[in-house]
Design a protein around this ligand. Structure first.
Ligand code: SF4
Ligand code: SF4
Length: 380
């Protein structure tokens, strides 16, 4: 049995409510001292998927990071914030992500450093379900206490993202692209997420569900008010309650949880303490188009998966494309080329046969210019 603590929080500006939630989550998990010890090296990982304002619902809100750091600083000064956002950003891009998401201001206010060393290490992981070695950001892999601050959002590839999927951000830039290509089948991709959680063993997983994201998440959707913060020592238990909050009732809408269940990682019983989370369930929550359209999610991989891939919803470039080329740089299938249109503006074009349906282009397009299209004969 696992315990998840849920606390209502209606507004990030209500510092007392945020702090009550964070204190309550630490307490329900056994107490801050038991989790943090004294003087240990603590690494805190928010979800900073891309450069977005905190109000956008795509990134962990700085108010939650601030409350967590206030607790941590009572037990150690050896703490840093680390993240490896999506895309292949250089130092300048990363700096602008920390600034715009409001994370840098919190770190400066509390005197907590941001880990800027993006060195990767290869961790042997023979017990992995999918990956028998993992490329990880060194600072995260070497943490004595690793705190995972996820964000509750819809997700084109995995249905939704919470705490477990947040650890995909422990894989440094170029390796993320490589992993998407290598583990392109959804089940094995989800097993990699399980492996990351088993390898990094977060001491506490906290899910920011005050304002989440619905629609074409994890970056291209719309903010959705949910009104709570939850957490547990068990990332899968937190996500199971997070899934309920956004009205996910079908297993196929939550492939990471399904994989966790199949591998015995999802607790059979979850005890929810704190406030009444059921009062915050969003029955009208919209999943990403790629999920809503994907009526063949559970189809077996016939013909080496080619039939399923042919039938799956595919990304299409809309007129909103400004030709920045980010999608082409991150595309694991090398399926995107930049084309000159009418002799002037550049625009992305997808070679469908090479597309592995990872939806990274949709996730990382700064213009929300990638839509999802379903085969017309599959439309209900
Ligand atoms: S689709 Fe988006 S990411 Fe790709 S080139 Fe166009 S604007 Fe840039
Ligand atoms: S075109 Fe988009 S969905 Fe297809 S492989 Fe490239 S990034 Fe993934």
């Amino acid at each position: 049995m696992a315990t998840v603590a849920f606390f209502e929080c209606l507004d990030y500006a209500d510092r007392a409510a945020v702090r009550r939630a964070i204190d309550g989550i630490f307490e329900a998990a056994g107490g801050a001292e038991a989790i943090l010890g004294h003087g240990r090296r603590v690494v805190v990982k928010p979800n900073l998927v891309m450069k977005k304002e905190p109000e956008g619902g795509a990134t962990t809100h700085p108010a939650i990071l601030e409350a967590v750091l206030e607790v941590v600083l009572q037990y150690t000064s050896d703490v840093c914030v680390a993240e490896c956002p999506g895309g292949l950003g250089n130092d300048a891009v990363l700096e602008s992500i920390y600034r715009v998401t409001g994370i840098r201001a919190v770190c400066e206010k509390l005197g907590v450093p941001i880990a800027r060393d993006r060195t990767a290490i290869k961790l042997d992981f023979p017990q992995g379900y999918a990956a028998h070695s993992l490329d990880l950001l060194k600072v995260m892999a070497e943490a004595e206490v690793f705190l995972n601050l996820g964000k509750l959002k819809s997700h084109s590839l995995t249905g939704f993202t919470g705490c477990a999927k947040n650890l995909y951000g422990a894989i440094p830039g170029l390796f993320k692209v490589e992993y998407h290509a290598r583990y392109s089948e959804i089940r094995t991709f989800c097993e990699v997420v399980l492996d990351l959680n088993r390898a990094l063993r977060p001491a506490l997983s906290i899910l920011d569900a005050v304002i989440g994201m619905e629609g074409n998440g994890p970056t291209g959707g719309e903010p959705k008010f949910i009104g709570g913060i939850l957490g547990s020592v068990d990332p899968f238990a937190v996500d199971a309650i997070g899934a309920k909050l956004i009205g996910i009732t079908q297993e196929e809408d939550a492939p990471i949880l399904r994989a966790a269940e199949e591998h015995g990682l999802l607790p059979e019983t979850i005890n929810v303490v704190g406030d009444d989370y059921q009062a915050h369930i969003q029955s009208d929550f919209r999943l990403a188009d790629a999920q809503r359209f994907n009526v063949l999610r559970d189809m077996p991989n016939l013909f080496g998966g080619r039939l399923k891939r042919f039938l799956e919803p595919h990304p299409v470039i809309s007129k909103r494309c400004v030709g920045c080329g980010e999608c082409a740089r991150v595309c694991p299938g090398k399926a995107i080329e930049m084309k000159t249109v009418n002799g002037a503006a550049r625009r992305a074009r997808i070679r469908k046969r090479q597309c592995i349906r990872c939806y990274c282009c949709q996730e990382l397009c700064p213009q929300k210019a990638v839509d999802t299209k379903q085969k017309s004969f599959l439309k209900l």
